[in-house]
Design a protein around this ligand. Structure first.
Ligand SMILES: [Zn+2]
Length: 186
């Protein structure tokens, strides 16, 4: 399994990565000139009724006397989330609803897109990851002041506010977080 993960915003950004592959040092062994394309990871999510490309792989070739290390890098589309059949946008909308009202209400509102079980799992993953998310956000800037920072607001609501002020121009703050931190949000 790959232990290095990159994110890209879309096909154009992937094309740039491919174009520069021969000049890009392998993130594992730092060798230049050994990275090659190595297949795709497809799957279902709520962006389409068909399978879509979720990630692509890059291989540091150790074949034919190329001096690579044989390890791989996964390059994920920033709006996909590993082991989850939802896009970041759906997750973002669901979490915002959940902190604004209740999880039950957020599930009712999102029902058309996914099952209870999936959405409850998203909430559990978000809870589990919250301190890691907060740490990553703090390294980029302080949390907002004012009413949004009120001590009476639950921590999960504060994290989402912090996320949206960290990536104010992002189409989807969850995707922007993944791209910037090279880590999955949940
Ligand atoms: Zn390598």
């Amino acid at each position: 399994m790959s232990d290095v993960r990159w994110f890209c915003r879309g096909e154009a950004e992937w094309a740039v990565i491919v174009e520069r592959l021969k000049l890009t040092p392998c993130p594992h062994c730092r060798t230049v000139g050994t990275l090659i394309r190595h297949g795709v990871l497809t799957g279902f999510d709520d962006s389409s009724a068909r399978k879509t490309v979720r990630a692509r792989r890059i291989f540091c070739s150790n074949r034919h006397r190329r001096g690579g290390c044989g390890r791989t890098v996964s390059v994920w589309f920033a709006d996909k989330i590993r082991r989850l059949s939802l896009t970041t946008r759906t997750v973002w909308t669901f979490l915002q609803r959940a902190v604004a009202g209740s999880i039950a209400a957020a599930i009712r509102a999102s029902k058309s897109s996914r099952s209870d079980r999936t959405l409850r799992r998203v909430w559990a993953r978000f809870q589990r990851n919250q301190s890691a998310i907060r740490t990553a956000l703090l390294s980029r800037g302080p949390p907002p002041h004012g009413p949004a920072a009120s001590a009476r607001r639950p921590a999960s609501a504060q994290v989402l506010t912090h996320l949206s002020v960290t990536f104010p121009h992002a189409d989807c703050p969850v995707a922007a977080f993944q791209q910037a931190t090279r880590a999955f949000f949940v």
